[in-house]
Design a protein around this ligand. Structure first.
Ligand code: SAM
Ligand code: FES
Length: 355
């Protein structure tokens, strides 16, 4: 009997560009794709879902990405920064709620010099030796990444956004470059971070070919985590009239990622939950195995509005935690609170056929 494209992808973790194009452009294979993706996620991770506590500590940004609501040219936004003590108290609260990974995310804010970041990370590391510290603060020189690593950060999230050079220039001002971003990712890996990358689905001017390039780039990079979410327009950006990324296409890509990268940590993102009230549950069923609830103080949540109508801006961290517990278990998975390192996971749950 002839094997289907999905079976081939499951078996070989790869298919040709032509077959990828076919899968991306129709919904014909979705059912089979999600079934296989769920088999693979269960083989590698069972029903475990990892939680990462997100601390959005600054909405100042020196960059001007055309899609982003906190870009420097948005003057209709009240800016904020969290102090070191405020960040620490988010961690304290998160620790009590069972979080063992803190993700410090922000715009590229020059106020947080390398010294300040070093101090913040060192203090978190000293107080929470059993936790992973993830940074997501954009493009920095090699030496800065190295210093943060020495301070105790061990993971870094930096989406490449798009691996297509021409597409990249349509999403960013001329002073930013894909080459520089890719180089940052290379440096982060070299230093020893567990790296997360990813892209938006349905960003303006994106084609199927761009998405295929994204997948090919990720195959080269082999990141530990792959974050994707639909593009959602923000009213105060140059892309305010573009339509939002498609939910079904985003789910399809999550399924594809699970088959191509069985070990990857794949979050079911807030953008998915914004695109549809059940978006995060659908993401889990399509192959995602991470959720990233918010630990930021409620009074700043609305100000970190990357796109219109971002969800979870009014709930306290404890409410978000409880809400996600319900959501995750409603689709048959279970939140686990261990640290969830790719390497240790690989050792604990080797794939069936591994030697
Ligand atoms: N400054 C850091 C960086 O550039 O990696 C982290 C913060 S940045 C706001 C986090 C991510 O938000 C980006 O990588 C981008 O993919 C996503 N994002 C920004 N604007 C978005 C939009 N309009 N729709 C969906 N995702 C968006
Ligand atoms: Fe925040 Fe549901 S995850 S309210």
């Amino acid at each position: 009997m002839m094997t289907s494209i999905i079976e081939q992808l499951h078996e070989n973790r790869d298919i040709s560009d032509a077959d990828l194009k076919l899968l991306i452009e129709t919904n014909r294979y979705d059912r089979e794709l999600f079934q296989h993706a769920d088999i693979v996620r269960k083989e590698y991770y069972g029903t475990d879902v990892y939680i990462r506590g997100l601390i959005e500590f600054t909405n100042y940004c020196k960059n001007d990405c055309f899609y982003c609501g906190i870009r420097r040219s948005n003057h209709n936004l009240e800016r904020y920064r969290l102090s070191q003590d405020e960040i620490l108290s988010c961690c304290e609260n998160g620790y009590k709620l069972g979080y063992r990974t803190f993700v410090l995310q922000g715009g590229e804010d020059p106020f947080y010099t390398d010294e300040r970041i070093y101090e913040i990370v060192s203090e978190i590391r000293q107080k929470y030796a059993d936790c992973a510290i993830t940074l997501s603060i954009g493009e920095k020189p090699y030496e800065s990444y190295e210093a943060f690593f020495r301070a105790g950060a061990n993971r870094y999230l930096l989406r490449h956004e798009t691996a297509d050079m021409e597409h990249y220039t349509k999403l960013h001002p001329a002073e930013m470059s894909l080459e520089h971003r890719k180089n940052c990712l290379k440096n982060l890996k070299k230093i020893g971070y567990q790296v997360g990358s990813g892209f938006m689905v349905g960003s303006p001017f994106q084609t199927t070919e761009c998405l295929i390039e994204d997948l090919r780039f990720l195959q080269q990079l082999e990141p530990a985590m792959i974050g994707i979410g639909p593009f959602i327009a923000h009213r105060e950006t140059p892309f305010n009239r573009f339509k939002n990324g498609n939910l079904q296409l985003t789910l399809r890509l999550i399924g594809l990622l699970r088959l191509m990268f069985p070990y990857a940590l794949i979050p079911s993102t807030t953008a998915l939950g914004t695109a549809d009230p059940q978006g995060r549950e659908m993401g889990l069923r399509a192959g995602a195995n991470v959720v990233m609830p918010n630990l930021s103080p409620v009074n700043v949540r609305k100000k970190y509005e990357l796109y219109d109508n971002k969800i979870c801006t009014e709930e306290e961290a404890a409410e978000c935690r409880a809400c996600l517990n319900r959501r995750v278990s409603s689709v048959g998975y279970k939140i686990v609170t261990n640290i969830g390192n790719v390497r240790t996971l690989r050792e604990q749950h080797p794939p069936k056929n591994s030697k």
